[in-house]
Design a protein around this ligand. Structure first.
Ligand SMILES: Cc1ncc(COP(=O)(O)O)c(C=O)c1O
Length: 375
């Protein structure tokens, strides 16, 4: 009855773990900011609703928003992407789906970071492609030699994610340049997931599109503007790349038939997010940085841990106390919700992901509990 596409795809481990949570659990598991969406954004969407912006929008999104995204890409990332090369999507999730479904044929290979965000594997499997993990080293860096060794005639694309979920690492200019050069030499498309771009601590974010034409930028509003439930994201295709292969036209087939458009009134909120006051982003990132410092200082007394440079995750090696699943299970039983690293790939087996998108006091409590339970 069920298609091979679905049968060949595993459900995320994360849900199973969350089912073990109790009412008293401290949630260091969830991957979303705990802040409300800033008021100016909510007001813009409310006004849109009251003004009858409740109908289908153009497939690629309202003109104002795709224009604003094009300007944002110029201002923040020094990229020239015309409005017509941008599609507004139902979250970065849809943007990832459009990219993979448009590019990948059955059994073609997709290089994904291991450890990496769960959807990369799931969406590659749903597109009937083959996942080829690119193992990150202990410092969460891509080894360019082993990347080259993983390339075959069937390699179609590579997914990059900086700042990273689950590692919190930020790719350097040299690293991203190196990966893009290898991709360019082998006609591999770089799908660059930049959703945590704004949540970065004292480092500079580089977009892959600065270094290769064969690239698609994925971004969205969920994380930087605390808008996870709004379901608004976007993708931008390099202009030369699109001219050569008509990516946007082909992506639009999936977007049109599958989604029609992103929610119209939410798009007005997203427009306000990009063009309005950025103070709330600044304040949120400052708060995340405080929490990052707190959780890093606490965890380094317990585990072998790398200091995160972006996003809101920390990904310690817990092997002193068991594998990632054993330690996560023990912590969850003691009311600390967290995710075993194996959910993000084989390289994560001895790790646990903690999200610090939760109250400062709860992080303090969680560290105390961990010290009592493990030390
Ligand atoms: C790395 C990464 N990419 C994409 C997404 C999906 O974001 P959206 O809510 O925009 O679909 C997430 C959400 O957790 C993520 O962590």
């Amino acid at each position: 009855m069920i298609s091979n596409r679905c049968l060949g795809t595993e459900q995320s481990e994360i849900r199973k773990i969350f089912n073990m949570a109790t009412e008293n659990s401290i949630n260091l598991g969830i991957g979303e900011p705990d802040f409300d969406t800033p008021k100016n954004i909510v007001e813009a969407a409310k006004t849109a609703l009251l003004n009858g912006k409740t109908h289908y929008s153009p497939n690629a999104g309202i003109l104002e928003l795709t224009n604003a995204i094009s300007e944002k890409l110029k201002k923040d990332n020094n990229l020239d992407v015309p409005r017509n090369n941008i599609i507004t999507t139902c979250g970065a999730s849809e943007a990832l789906m459009l990219s993979l479904f448009t590019l990948v044929n059955k059994n073609e290979e997709v290089l994904i970071p291991d450890p990496g965000f769960v959807s990369y594997k799931g969406l590659t499997e749903l597109s009937e492609g083959k996942v080829i993990p690119v193992n990150l080293d202990d410092k969460f860096k891509i080894d360019l030699e082993s990347l080259k060794n993983n390339i075959s005639k069937k390699t179609k694309c590579i997914i990059l994610n900086s700042p990273s979920n689950p590692t919190g690492s930020v790719i350097t200019k040299e690293e991203i340049k190196g990966v893009c050069e290898i991709a360019g030499d082998n006609n591999i498309t770089v799908i660059s997931d930049e959703i945590y771009e704004k949540i970065i601590y004292g480092k500079k974010h580089y977009s892959a599109m600065e270094f290769t034409d064969n690239s698609i930028v994925i971004n969205g509003f969920s994380k930087a503007y605390s808008m996870t439930g709004w379901r608004i994201g976007y993708l931008a295709v390099n202009e030369n790349f699109d001219k050569k292969y008509n990516l946007i036209e082909n992506m639009m087939k999936i977007h049109q038939y599958g989604f029609a458009c992103a929610t119209s009134f939410a798009q007005y909120g997203a427009f306000e997010a990009l063009t309005g006051d950025q103070k709330s982003v600044f304040e949120m990132v400052l708060e995340f940085e405080k929490r990052r410092n707190l959780i890093y200082t606490g965890l380094k007394d317990i585990f072998n841990v790398q200091k995160p440079e972006g996003a809101f995750y920390i990904f310690p090696d817990v092997s002193e106390y068991g594998n990632g699943m054993e330690v996560a299970t023990k912590l969850i039983k003691n009311n600390i919700l967290c995710v075993p690293g194996s959910a993000f790939g084989k390289q994560g087996e001895n790790r646990v992901r903690f999200s610090y998108a939760t109250k400062y006091e709860d992080i303090e409590k969680a560290i105390e509990i961990m010290k009592n339970v493990l030390l």
